[in-house]
Design a protein around this ligand. Structure first.
Ligand SMILES: NC(=O)c1ccc[n+]([C@@H]2O[C@H](COP(=O)([O-])OP(=O)(O)OC[C@H]3O[C@@H](n4cnc5c(N)ncnc54)[C@H](OP(=O)(O)O)[C@@H]3O)[C@@H](O)[C@H]2O)c1
Length: 241
């Protein structure tokens, strides 16, 4: 088991990539604190992690709400004793031409995708710093690496996630904490179904393929790290190609 005795807090763990990461980590012996807004989906993730023999608990929470994040982190730390791995995965996508984007949609995108990471890191980092150990994986996107038409708010937020991730990687090195940004291309999930209903997704990646890379990042070390991973569809064109 790669993660025997470890505890991970995963946001957006109710479905899609977050659930796949929770279950991949649970398969490897990791206990799971699962956060998202929809309690019924969290309950399913928790039950699936428990079926894999792990301790798991649900923490209903909107990552954009400072009070909810503080309460969620406090409850998870109290229940699990510590959190070794934080996966900031919760995300929001609203794809439309820039001139059609409302201020509310712009703000919600930045609040969930960027400020959510800020809040979760700020809530858990004091404990990781005190223990001189930790791993943070921020689920970014190919939209954090290149421009994509009609994704202005999402691209801005994911470029922000990458900038935040590498800056944190520098600042937290002295505390023994690794920070990674994982940037997938298209993945078959509800988010991509709703944001891009017209796209043929037959060769898009599965959440499990992204989870495999998260597992890789969380098991790096002790002398190696990776800052930004671009995980692209096999059938897509490489960056700059
Ligand atoms: N699918 C893709 O093609 C793709 C590609 C690159 C990157 N990503 C990124 O991957 C991450 C996961 O997305 P996904 O594709 O797996 O989407 P998904 O299947 O729709 O899952 C999103 C998860 O995030 C939770 N969530 C959304 N808003 C939240 C909030 N404000 N607070 C707490 N939890 C919240 C959702 O639960 P609730 O709605 O119940 O809160 C759900 O559990 C996102 O950061 C996304 O940007 C996705």
């Amino acid at each position: 088991m790669l993660f025997a005795g470890k505890r991970a807090l995963i946001t957006g763990a109710g479905r899609g990539i977050g659930r796949a990461i929770a279950l991949a980590f649970a398969e490897q012996g990791c206990d799971i604190a699962a956060a998202a807004r929809t309690e019924s989906e969290l309950a399913e993730t928790v039950a699936l992690a428990q079926q894999r023999g792990r301790r798991a608990a649900a923490y209903p929470c909107d990552v954009a709400d400072p009070d909810q994040v503080a309460a969620m982190a406090q409850a998870a730390l109290s229940d699990f004793g510590a959190i070794d791995i934080l996966v900031n995965n919760a995300g929001y996508a609203c794809f439309k031409p820039f001139m059609e984007l409302t201020l509310e949609e712009w703000r919600r995108t930045l609040d969930v995708n960027m400020t959510g990471i800020f809040l979760c890191c700020r809530a858990l980092l004091p404990h990781m710093i005190a223990r001189r150990s930790g791993c943070i994986i921020n689920i970014s996107s190919v939209s954090g690496l290149r421009p994509i038409m009609h994704q202005s708010a999402y691209c801005a937020s994911k470029h922000g996630v990458n900038g935040l991730s590498v800056t944190l990687a520098m600042e937290l090195k002295e505390h023994g904490i690794r920070v990674h940004a994982l940037c997938p291309g298209g993945v078959k999930t509800r988010l991509s179904d709703e944001a891009m209903p017209e796209r043929d997704k037959s060769d898009w990646m599965t959440p499990e393929e992204v989870a495999h890379t998260a597992l890789y990042l969380a098991t790096l070390g002790p002398n190696a790290t990776v800052d930004i991973v671009y995980l692209r569809r096999f059938g897509s064109v490489p960056l700059g190609g």
